[in-house]
Design a binder for this molecule. Structure first.
Ligand code: MV4
Length: 662
């Protein structure tokens, strides 16, 4: 077996490969760009080499440099993961030429699947079912028109060089054909430099079902069940599962055997995926073959109990397949959700930012998290916005869905927008539970997938108040600053009812809350309503009772940004420092700057005896002067600023010691 391999990738897949390699006793060399110097895959590897600036074209796509590093570091093989160089025939060849094993198929197999029409011709010969249509070389308009008539309508024009849905046109009848053809050819020429088209009968409600195949170097091939990846958005998979619901054993076997024939027709080696369109009547048709380990391979691992990266390493080393076809058994049901940094409310615009709070569900036999990031990492514009894959397993599909819903509720991220809530709605949607799957699932069920918040705004505000107040209590040392309105030792507050205002902004709405605290219970006034609140904060976990309703939320308060997490949903608000009116301040005693401004005058010295209501500091803000007054009789113990200083809202200006506080 290899003793050292290089992983020419980043993120979760690099981490996942390293994990298996380490379990097998294989050393791992990582490569990284400027953006990834402190990335998880670098930390996990035994050694790592810098390969260039953040853009992929200058780092993870630099095949020659990566091969150079493999040679230098003594790596015997390169695992390309998915994306980047994984389906690059030139790179696979260059590895070979340099005496390094490319952990993937021969370059000829990658090349054979590069053209849709050539692939179809190979598959036809191998007896793999094709959608009826035309994939000939002759592209003259008359031939295409005649083939369209033969095919029937609706039909689909597909770019021979296409992929990911680009250069496709649905044609409903012959009168639309010429215009659609011209448009599709134009698009294909622009996108791929090749205007050639194939014609297929258009399936209106298909499912995407794909077979995991594996071949060894002796020409043996098997299939490891199938995955249903019908739930997609703009040709991006969102939710995948194994096995595909509702497939009969006969179909599964026929599809699996067709997929193995497909792989063997191109002398395939290693892990591959044959994608099929699956029609409502149980018929299936070859779509394309992916010559790499796929993102969604974990669902296959969960139901077969096999480690596909281990298989890849064994096959690349020259070992036979670990199992014969009749030894491949599946058990239960697995689902995978792709957690992306994106904003579902802005048409899934990719999101960037710092993962300033990240808490993942506990891993178990039922829950697996494949990720390449840790708290504090940056999601940048340079790479795929996938943050993690959440994979669950259980005995039945229904139970697996419950697991997924629960695990998504335990996946909490603040700092970057994510699709977690959307995934939660998707997994929990009745049509999904009923396995009413087609490739247009998401657009067909939009009304279910953007649900209203699970918390009403008032309740969320009350919980936010509880979180802020409890966190301030726990974070302020009891001995410090007895005059802080939040100090527990602040006797005039503890022994009497004390109203404090709390200003929270949600979107464009500002909510001014008033809070009374007594005996560790709160009354929170929001608008015209009053809520009784009991709250206990344990780290990031708030256990609250709001008007007799026990609710628990997790939260993260970072500077003035509060995020609460509740059942897969998030509630975000901005927390303002207390905004006392100045009369109130005199009476109630904040010695904090009420807003950003400048110190105009300090009218006391350390050691001065002062009396309640006496002006201590004068501030200027927004062209107005404000007096900061002593809240009670006492002695000035410290002054934190001098005349002319700029101070920020909330900054403590002056400290006073009083008799009660001793
Ligand atoms: C089709 C089809 C219906 N009929 N071919 C989309 C991407 C490309 N790889 C193949 N695609 C399709 N080909 C025929 N004859 C519908 C799609 C399709 C699709 C397929 C799988 C998953 C999601 C999809 C979303 C839209 C269209």
């Amino acid at each position: 077996m290899f003793s050292k391999i290089l992983i020419a990738n980043r993120g979760e897949i690099a981490c996942r490969i390293i994990q298996t390699a380490h379990r097998m006793g294989i050393r791992c060399v990582a490569v990284y760009s400027d953006a990834d110097a402190s990335a998880r895959h670098v930390a996990m590897a035994d050694e790592a080499f810098h390969i260039g600036p953040a853009p992929s074209s200058e780092s993870y796509l630099r095949g020659e440099k990566i091969i150079e590093i493999a040679k230098q570091s003594g790596a015997q093989a390169i695992h390309p993961g998915y994306g980047f160089l994984s389906e690059n025939t030139g790179f696979a060849e260059a590895c070979e030429a340099n005496g390094i094993v490319f952990i993937g198929p021969p370059s000829s197999a990658i090349a054979a699947m590069g053209s849709k029409s050539a692939a179809k011709a190979i598959m036809e010969k191998a007896g793999v079912p094709l959608v009826p249509g035309y994939h000939g070389k002759d592209q003259s308009p008359d031939v295409l028109r005649a083939e369209a008539e033969k095919c029937g309508f609706p039909l689909l024009l597909k770019a021979v060089a296409g992929g990911g849905g680009k250069g496709m046109r649905v044609v409903e009848n012959m009168s639309e054909f010429d215009d659609a053809l011209a448009a599709a050819q134009r698009e294909a020429r622009n996108a791929f430099g090749n205007p050639d088209m194939l014609i297929e009968r258009y399936l209106t409600q298909p499912r995407h079902v794909e077979i995991q195949v594996f071949c060894d170097q002796d020409g043996n091939g098997i299939y490891l069940a199938e995955r249903d990846c019908s739930v997609q958005r703009r040709h991006q998979k969102v939710l995948e599962e194994a096995p595909a619901p509702g497939l009969t054993e006969e179909t599964r076997k026929a599809m699996g055997e067709a997929a193995v024939r497909a792989a063997q027709a191109i002398n395939y080696v290693g892990a591959g995926t044959v994608e099929f369109l699956y029609d409502v009547d149980g018929s299936f048709f070859f779509m394309e073959m992916n010559t790499r380990l796929q993102v969604e391979h974990p669902v296959t691992e969960m139901v077969t109990g096999q480690d596909l990266v281990e298989w890849q390493l064994k096959v690349a080393w020259g070992e036979p397949l670990p199992l014969h076809q009749d030894q491949v058994k599946t058990r239960g049901h697995a689902l995978e959700a792709r957690i992306y940094a994106e904003d579902p409310d802005q048409d899934f615009l990719p999101a960037t930012g710092t993962l300033r709070y990240l808490s993942t569900p506990d891993e178990s036999a039922h829950v697996r998290v494949d990720t390449g990031v840790t708290e504090g990492d940056e999601i940048s514009i340079h790479y795929d916005p996938m943050i993690a894959k959440l994979i669950v397993w259980d005995e039945t599909r229904d139970q697996a869905i419950n697991r997924m819903v629960q695990a998504l509720e335990h996946y909490r991220i603040a700092g970057v927008k994510t699709n977690i809530r959307f995934l939660h709605a998707l997994a929990d949607a009745q049509p999904f539970r009923e396995a009413d799957l087609t490739t247009n699932f998401i657009s067909a069920h939009e009304e279910l997938l953007f649900p209203k918040s699970r918390l009403d705004t008032h309740k969320a505000l009350v919980l936010a108040a509880g979180f802020v107040l409890e966190q301030r209590k726990s974070s302020e040392p009891v001995t410090a600053d007895p005059w802080s309105p939040f100090s527990r030792k602040n006797s005039w507050r503890m022994n009497s009812e004390y109203a404090q205002p709390l200003k929270l902004q949600v979107g464009d709405d500002i909510h001014e809350l008033k809070i009374l605290e007594r005996d560790d219970r709160y009354q929170v006034f929001v608008g015209d309503s009053v809520y009784h609140l009991n709250a206990k904060l344990d780290d990031d976990y708030l256990q609250a009772v709001v008007n007799g309703h026990r609710i628990s939320v997790h939260g993260n308060l970072h500077e003035d940004q509060l995020v609460l997490f509740y059942e897969g949903d998030t509630f975000k608000c901005t927390v303002y420092r207390e905004t006392y009116g100045f009369e109130e301040m005199a009476g109630e005693g904040s010695l904090a700057a009420p807003m950003n401004g400048a110190i105009v005058a300090v009218q006391a010295k350390v050691g001065d005896k002062v009396s309640a209501g006496q002006t201590l500091v004068i501030m200027e803000a927004m062209k107005m002067e404000h007096a900061i007054k002593a809240p009670a009789d006492g002695v000035v113990s410290e002054i934190f600023f001098a005349e002319g200083d700029q101070v920020s809202e909330g900054a403590e200006l002056i400290a006073i010691e009083t008799e009660e506080a001793e």
